[in-house]
Design a protein around this ligand. Structure first.
Ligand SMILES: [Zn+2]
Length: 152
C-alpha cells in the first residue's frame, strides 16, 4: 500500500500536464513525515535524435532520466537521509500500465534495481489526468504487480 500526500500528487500531476505530449519523469523522496518531488529531465528526445537505431522512440512514448538528475537525487538521499520512495512517469495518450519497457528499465540481472521503490504511472490525455496506477516488485511473483495507493 502506497500513500502519498495530496500536495505531492498535485505536483506530479501538474508535471505530467506540463510535459504533455511528452512523458514526464521524476522521483519522490521521503522521510517518515515528509515527501519531496524531484522532477527529472527526460533526455529521450536527445537520445532519439543522436541515435535513432538504438533509441527508436521519442519522448512521447519513452523516457530516460538525465543521469545528472539521478546522481543529484542519490546524493540528496544519502546526505539528507531521504528514501527513494517512488519513480513516476507519465503515459501521454496511453493508459496507466507497466509496460515491458518500464519493467526492463526497473530490473537488472533479474533483480529489481530499487527493491523498495514503487513505480507510479500517470495516464494523461491533453490537460486531463485519466488514471494513475502504482506497481511494485513482488518477491513471490518475481514480477511487478499492481499495488493500491491513496492520498494520506
Ligand atoms: Zn511507461
Amino acid at each position: 500500500m502506497l500513500t502519498l500526500q495530496p500536495e505531492t500528487l498535485s505536483e506530479i500531476y501538474n508535471h505530467a500536464k506540463s510535459e504533455f505530449p511528452d512523458e514526464c519523469c521524476g522521483i519522490i523522496l521521503g522521510t517518515e513525515t515528509q515527501e519531496f518531488v524531484r522532477k527529472c529531465r527526460n533526455i529521450q528526445n536527445e537520445l532519439h535524435q543522436e541515435d535513432p537505431d538504438t533509441y527508436p522512440r521519442d519522448a512521447r512514448t519513452a523516457y530516460v532520466i538525465h543521469p545528472d538528475d539521478l546522481i543529484a537525487i542519490h546524493k540528496e538521499a544519502d546526505t539528507q537521509h531521504r528514501q527513494i520512495k517512488v519513480f513516476y512517469h507519465s503515459h501521454p495518450n496511453h493508459d496507466a500500465y507497466f509496460s515491458e519497457k518500464d519493467k526492463s528499465d526497473a530490473i537488472a540481472w533479474d533483480e529489481p534495481l530499487y527493491p523498495g521503490a514503487t513505480y507510479l504511472v500517470i495516464s494523461v490525455y491533453d490537460a486531463e489526468i485519466r488514471a494513475v496506477k502504482a506497481f511494485a516488485y513482488d518477491e513471490a511473483a518475481k514480477d511487478f504487480i499492481d499495488v493500491p495507493f491513496s492520498e494520506t
